[in-house]
Design a protein around this ligand. Structure first.
Ligand code: ISE
Length: 335
């Protein structure tokens, strides 16, 4: 059996997934690529056997050759496609965020619940990063005693046009919301955002960097430096403080070069390079699970819970107050 995947959205992430599906991933093939810019879809299927370029998600979902969907459009367009794909009962890999706000994410959770089984995997790829897995295992096995604090740095070289102040939370810190939930196995209970001295490199309307402070159910404290116009390169790093030690992940490591009177190496340019291997593992896990009728990663509940954190985060950005994260009761399907 093979997944015949419709990739919806042929932008930066969609194009990256199309490449991995048609080269490195086993058990899946690109059957269709959808983009409002048909020329972009056409360019994305070049060299891929039996793949078609289409201008609408509807056409792709109703194409008899398609039996799975990977959603890589901007977040605000996910909801409509999710409902249609659920109606078809297709395996779905939906890039983060599931939807942009908690209300709409909850409706998606309810639609999946009505279906009676999990079909949606959300694209929180960091869970598949080797160092994230290693730190996760150290926490779960209490190897260094209890986890007490998490310090995160999330730095991008620059932001694409139209990247708003809210998107620092909704598109970027959403990864840390999920990472903290993944590491601790707990929900986040509150979010606070501090705005300090901004960089002069931020586009107008964007306050950058921001300092996000979080608490989990058991009182683990976490902080995130989100800095999206940091210029020097891409960096996603974490330092975890335990009763019996400190664990650091995400530093650039090698090759370490000495030449012409200097020493050093290269900074990772972007998320494709930093998380390339994690994306491969994520997509393969999705495909393997889908062929068994299951999902292989973060659920629609994770998408909903992080959307609730984002909503609290955006409110906290505006008020400067510590905002409680409100969650509905977790449905049995996700327990
Ligand atoms: C982007 O959308 C991503 O998902 C990247 O992983 C993240 O580092 C970046 O901040 C986001 O804008």
């Amino acid at each position: 059996k093979t997944l015949r995947v419709a990739v919806i959205g042929a932008g930066r992430m969609g194009a990256d997934h199309i490449k991995r599906l048609s080269t490195r991933i086993h058990g899946a093939e690109v059957a269709a690529v959808v983009d409002v810019d048909l020329a972009r879809a056409q360019a994305a299927i070049e060299g891929i056997d039996r793949a078609v370029a289409l201008a609408s998600a509807d056409e792709a979902l109703n194409n008899g050759d398609v039996n799975a969907v990977l959603i890589a459009t901007p977040g605000f367009l996910h909801e409509e496609i999710l409902y249609k794909a659920l109606e078809k009962d297709f395996p779905i890999l939906c890039e983060k965020p599931l939807t942009p706000d908690a209300g709409s994410a909850w409706k998606v959770v309810q639609a999946e619940q009505a279906l009676g089984h999990k079909r949606i995997q959300v694209g929180f790829m960091r869970r598949f990063d080797a160092e994230y897995s290693a730190l996760g295992a150290i926490i779960r096995n209490s190897e260094l005693g209890e986890l007490l604090m998490l310090h995160h740095q999330h730095r991008n070289p620059s932001t694409p046009e139209g990247f708003t102040n809210e998107m620092l939370i909704n598109d970027s810190v959403v990864h840390e919301f999920d990472a903290i939930r993944f590491f601790t196995g707990e929900e986040i209970t509150s979010v606070q955002v501090r705005l300090g001295k901004p960089t002069r490199s931020a586009p107008s309307g964007q306050h950058d960097p921001q300092h996000v402070l979080l608490e989990t159910e058991s009182g683990v404290l976490a902080d995130v430096e989100i800095y999206v116009n940091a210029k020097f390169g891409y960096q996603v790093a974490t330092q975890a403080s335990f009763e019996e030690g400190i664990v650091s992940i995400g530093s650039d490591n090698g090759p370490y070069v000495q030449t012409a009177g200097k020493w050093g190496g290269n900074v990772t340019p972007g998320f494709e390079e930093r998380f390339g291997a994690a994306y491969d593992v994520e997509v393969q896990a999705w495909v393997d699970a889908a062929l068994r009728g299951e999902i292989g990663g973060p659920t629609a509940w994770d998408g909903y819970a992080t959307a609730a954190c984002c909503e609290a985060g955006v409110e906290a950005q505006k008020s400067g107050e510590k905002v409680k994260v409100q969650l509905n009761t977790k449905p049995d399907l996700y327990k």
